[in-house]
Design a protein around this ligand. Sequence first.
Ligand SMILES: *Cc1c(COP(=O)(O)O)cnc(C)c1O
Length: 406
Amino acid sequence: MRTKEEYLKAAARFLTPNYGERDLILVRGEGCRVWDIDGNEYLDFLAGISVNNLGHCPPAVVQAIEEQIRQFMHCSNFYIIPTQVELAALLCELSFADRCFFCNSGAEANEAAIKLARLWAKKKYGPERYEIVTMRNSFHGRTIATITATGQEKVQKGFEPLVPGFVYAEFNKIESIREVISERTCAIMLEPVQGEGGVVPATKEFLQGVRRLCDEHGLLLIFDEVQCGMGRCGRLFAHQLFGVDPDIMTLAKALGNGYPIGAMLAREDVGALLTPGTHGSTFGGNPPACAAGLAVLREMATHNWPAYAEKIGTQFMEMLRQRIATLPNVKAIRGLGLMVGIELTHPGAKVVKECLKRGLIINCTMGNVLRLLPPLIVTETECEKAATIISEVLQLDEIKEAATAS
Ligand SMILES: *Cc1c(COP(=O)(O)O)cnc(C)c1O
C-alpha cells in the first residue's frame, strides 16, 4: 500500500496521461455512496458514467460473480458456456432481438454491429453498400472504427486516416438524414439518448421517422444503448419508451454493473449472418461476465428498477427545476428517467469541482452540460441532497463571476 501522495505521484509517472488531471482516489463503494482513500464519503451521481446502475457492490451481483469465479473463470468460446446461453436467452426474451454476441466493452459491441451491418448489406445488395449514417455529437467508442462512427472531430483528430464508409447527419433532424442517404447506405446508427453529446433525448417523431426511412430504403437501424440502456431512462431499453424497435442494439456499461461485458443483439435474419469465422472475442461472454449480467437483469426485473428510475427521475428533475431553473446561468434542464443534463451558459468544470468539495460526484460533458447519472436505486433524500448542493454551487459568487466573464 502506498500513501495518497505516493499514488498520485506513481499515477502521474506510470500511467499514460489520457484521462487528464485526477486527484481523487476512490477505494470503496456501497449503494449510492463511495469513499476515498482518506475515508471521505461522496454521493455518487455519476455511477461510473452509467455503469453502476444497481449501485456499488449490489449483494446479488457480488454473490453471482463470487460463486461463478470459484467454479470456473474462463474457457474459450470453442465451448458452450451455460451462463452465456442463459444471458442470451434472457436478453432475447426481454427485447426485440433473437441473437446475441458477447464482447467486453461498448466500443467492441459497436464494432460488431458495424461489421454485421456491412456483412448483411453485402449479402443482400452487393459490395457497394457499406456506408453507415451516424449523428453529429454522437459517441460510439474509442477504437478506430468507432471514433469514425462518432460524429465529433475532437475524438478523431490525430488518428487519421479514419475508416471509410461513415457519413454524418444532424440528430433529431430527419431531413438531414434523408439528405445523406445514397445508393451506398446500409445502416443508420444512433443513440436514443445522446450521452456524451450533452444528454439529448431523441424525439419520438425523429425515431419513428428514422425507422420509416430505414424501411423505405431497406437499411438497418442500429441503436447504441451502451449509456442510455439498462433501465436508466425508465424502461429496460430506452427505445422501448418510443415504441420503435431497431434491427441491432448494442449494450455494455451497466450490463455487468461494473464487471466488463458488452453485447450486440440482433434480429434473427441479421444476427444469423455472423457465421463461423466472421467474428469472435477471447474473453467475450466468459462465465463471470455473464453471471454478472444475469444477476443484473434478474435484479432489474425483481425490483422493477426501470419503473422506479422513471418515477424518481421525474421527481429529481422537478426538484432541480424548482431550485435552479430560474438561475441566469442555467439554460436548460433535460433528460429521461435518471439520465439528466443541466445545460449551463458557461463551462461546467468548476461546478463539478465545487460539487466534489461538498461531497457530490457529477460530471460535465460538451464543456457546459452537467451530467447526472445516479444509480437507479437512489432515494428521494439523496436526490434532494444532490439538488441542494448543485443549487448552492451554481449560486456561488465565483461561479457567477466566471459565468459573466465567459
Ligand atoms: C461509453 C459509450 C461507448 C463506449 O463504451 P466503452 O465500453 O468505453 O468502449 C459507446 N457508446 C456509448 C453511447 C457510450 O456512452
